[in-house]
Design a binder for this molecule. Structure first.
Ligand code: NAD
Length: 368
């Protein structure tokens, strides 16, 4: 396929090549209607340049929607470094990457993603100010799983409100898949509220630690085997581990009334949004629910403020209720309603940007 056909829909794609450090990277800017593009930098030994390009194009488009949903005044972008994170990293490679980011003069902000760490970007930030999510001692905002977990709690409150008529967390049962950085915190907050939990994790130590910590709490915990989490008699399924967990075989097993969790790309295929709807299960779209971490790193641009992050994360609740109402009135699944919700925000801003140019000189005209 012609390269321009492939990148149609994206504003700009930059190929970065630095033979001195071995850096081979691609930066994709999908849409900057809401602000400069924001998106992490993934490092993987992609088998081909095409595979890397496909990944960065898909991920940067996703970021446009995620930023619009989180209302963070950023557009969508992403970058990938082609290389093995275990053997190909060096401080100079990340400084070279920082120089390429800087050459975009504020159109693209980046930070850590799969295969890269906040420490890698301490090197990149020597070359550019367009870096977010560095360690706290370098001015970063700290562990993003804290606001992400809080966002999941607001997501659960929204599904409870829509399904049971009250957003109370107590008096319900939850099936939590994955007790990592996010899932563990969600479990603690639910137990604190007096909820009953079914939990599972491939790492049994996480389950034991939760059992220890939860002694004397108001709620209860029942550990289950990995594959049994789908069929537990809970009210809400809370996926906080892997993507693709909502598929033909698992949806058949679900007994819950709703799904709300942090895992990225929960729907195996787009059509599984409709499959859940047809089964009468309310799905809280993943990229709306898990936006807390993004809200926190985006906030670094204003000088990190915990209260502001909390207020924006709380808004996940209202956004979801609007998406659920829209899904019902248009008779479409919630995943499609979420996309429409974001497209409406982007369109509104696009119109606002051109407000002063209607019927006047185009903005780009150079006057001497
Ligand atoms: P994590 O790696 O800390 O935790 C994942 C947990 O899932 C681990 O404890 C792991 O042992 C467990 N796990 C893996 N496979 C499993 C399986 N088959 N069954 C049960 N448990 C399994 O990751 P995290 O930061 O807690 O993130 C969890 C999910 O949320 C991921 O999909 C991540 O992409 C997404 N997410 C995280 C953030 C964030 O701020 N950390 C933000 C947005 C989205």
């Amino acid at each position: 396929m012609d390269l321009f056909t492939k990148i149609q829909g994206h504003e700009q794609v930059v190929f970065c090549n630095d033979p001195n450090t071995g850096l081979k990277a691609i930066i994709a800017i999908h849409n900057t209607a809401l602000g400069p593009a924001l998106g992490g930098c993934r490092m993987r030994p992609y088998p081909t340049m095409d595979a890397a390009l496909e990944d960065v194009l898909r991920l940067s488009k996703g970021m446009t929607y995620k930023c619009a949903a989180a209302d963070v005044d950023f557009g969508g972008g992403k970058s990938v470094i082609i290389g093995d994170p275990l053997s190909d990293k060096s401080p100079d490679l990340f400084r070279a990457f920082g120089q390429f980011v800087d050459s975009l003069r504020g159109r693209f902000y980046t930070g850590t993603d799969m295969g890269t760490t906040p420490e890698d970007f301490v090197h990149a930030m020597k070359e550019t100010r367009c870096i977010v999510g560095v360690p706290e001692e370098y001015g970063g905002s700290g562990d993003s799983s804290v606001p992400t977990a809080l966002g999941v709690i607001y997501g659960i409150m929204a599904v409870n409100k829509a399904v049971f008529g009250s957003d109370s967390l107590s008096g319900h049962s939850y099936g939590i898949q994955g007790l990592g950085k996010v899932g563990f915190k969600v479990a603690e907050m639910l137990l604190e509220a007096g909820a009953d939990l079914f939990v599972t994790d491939i790492d049994e130590r996480a389950v034991f630690t939760l059992l220890e910590k939860a002694r004397g709490s108001k709620g209860s915990i029942k550990p289950v085997a990995l594959d049994d989490i789908y069929a537990v008699p809970a009210d809400v399924f809370v996926p906080c581990a892997l993507g693709g967990v909502l598929n033909d075989s698992t949806i058949d097993l679900l007994q819950v009334k709703a799904v709300a969790g942090s895992a990225n790309n929960q729907l195996f295929e787009e059509r599984h949004g409709d499959v859940l709807k047809n089964k009468g299960i309310l799905y809280a779209p993943d990229y709306i629910v898990n936006a807390g971490g993004l809200i926190q790193v985006a906030d670094e641009l204003y000088g990190h403020n915990k209260q502001r992050v909390l207020t924006k994360t709380k808004a996940i609740y209202a956004s979801l209720l609007e998406i659920f109402t829209q899904s019902e009135s248009l008779n479409i699944c919630t995943a499609k309603a979420a996309d429409l919700f974001c497209e409406k925000r982007i369109e509104a801003q696009r119109n606002r940007s051109s407000f002063f140019t209607h019927g006047k000189q185009p903005k780009w005209e150079v006057r001497v």
